[in-house]
Design a protein. Sequence first.
Length: 468
Amino acid sequence: MVFIFLNMLLIEKRIESYYAISRLNDVTLEARRFEKNYFLYHDQGDIVRSLAFVAKAQEIIRDEAGLYDQSWLLKISELWLRPFEKVDYQYNNQSDNRNRIFKTIYEYNTLLTQLQLGYAQAQSLQASIRTKGQIVTEIVEQLNLDAVKHIQALFRAIKWVLVFLLAAFLIATIIATQFMVQSVTNPLRSLETSMNRISSGNFSMLPILPRQDDEIRSMHLAFNRMLEELFEHRREIVRSEKLASLGTMLAGIAHEINNPLSNISTSAELLLSEMSGADLELKNRLINHVIAETDRTRDIVRTVLEFSREQCSTKSPTHLLSTINDALLLIHGKMSKTQVDIRVDMEHTVFANRQQLQQVFINLLKNAVEAMEMSGGLKKISIISKEMDDGFLEIGVTDTGPGLSSDSFQIIFDPFHTTKDPGKGTGLGLFITHQIIDEHGGKIRVESKAGQGATFKIKLPIGDATHA
C-alpha cells in the first residue's frame, strides 16, 4: 500500500507537469501565430503580442522546472518505478529538453526583440525567427509526448504493482491458511476425533506435545482432566451397579453357603456318633462328603470375592462357559424358579476381561429374570454360543419374558433408561453392559417382539483356548 501511495504522488506531479507543458504548448503556438501575422501584415502590435506570449512561456518553464524538483519521497518513488517504465518505453532525457527549450525560447525572444527595436531588417531576421520558432514548437511537442508516455508508464507500473500485491496477498493467505490449519484446525480435528473415540467408549488421553501453542496445550490438558473425571465417574457408576448386584445376590449367596454348611454339619455329627462302631467305608464316604461341601463353599466365596474385587482393564483369553457358570452361581438365589438351557461349546474362549464379562452376563441374566417375573408363565433362559466366520464369537441370551416394543430398541442402552417400577432399578445395567462390550471391540444388539421374549446378541473377539 505504501508503494501505491508513492506512485499516486508521482502521478499527481506528472499530471501537474503535463498540464504545464500543455499550457506551454498553447502559449508557444500563440507566439508563433502572432509572429506569422507580423510577417504577413507588418503590424508592430503582432510583435508585441508575440513577445508577451514568449514571456509567459519563459515563466511557465521556470515554474514547471520548480515543479519537477521533487521531494525525496517522490525521488524514491521514481527510482523504484524506473524499471517498470523502461519495460514500456525509452523516453528522452527531459532535463535536456527543458534546457533546450529554455535556451531556444531565450534566443527566439532575443530575435523578436531585435525585430521590434529595428536593429535589423525584417527580411534578414525572418528565416532565423521562423527556424527558432519551429525548434521551439518541436521541443514542446516532444515534451508533451514524453509527459503522456510517462503518465502511461506510471499507470502500467501501478497495474504491475497491483498484480504483485495481489499475488503476494494470495501467497500470504495460503501461508496463513496453512498456519491456521497446522496450529488450530488440526488440533480441533484431533479433539473432534478424540470426542468421537470417547463416545464409542475409548477413554484414552490426548497427547501433549512440547511444541504445541499454549492455548492448544491448555485445551488438551483441560480435555484430559475432563476425561479423567468422566472415567472416574464411570468407575463410580460401575461400582454402584456392582454393589447393587451384590446386594441383590446376598440372600441367594447366603442360601447357597447355608446348604453346604448344613450338609457339613450333618456329616460331621454322623461321623462323630459312629466313630467307634461304623465301618471304614462309611467313615470315608462321610469325610469325602465334608470335603466336597467345603470345596463347594470355597468356590462360592471365591466367586463372590472375584466379582467384588476392584477391576483392572487387562484382557486375556477367557473361558466362556466357566464365566457364565460363575455368573449363574452368583445369582442362583434369584433363579431358583427359572430353567436355564446352556448350549456353549466347552472350547469357546473370548479375548476379554473376566470380571467385566461376568458383569455383562449377570446384568443380562438379572434383567431376564426380572422381566419374566413381571409376565408370569414359563420362566426359561437360553444361552447359546456359535463361532462366526469373521473371527468373532456370538453369544445369545434369550428369555421368555414380555419382550420389547420396537420403539425401545433405540434407547434401551441409554443411561438411566428402565422399564421397572420406581425404586426397583437404576437404569444403568444395560448401559454399562453396552460400554463394556464396546471397550472389548465387540457389539451388542437386541431382537424382540412384544409378547415373545427378547434375545440379546453379543459379538466378541475369539480368544486363544490354550490361554483360557
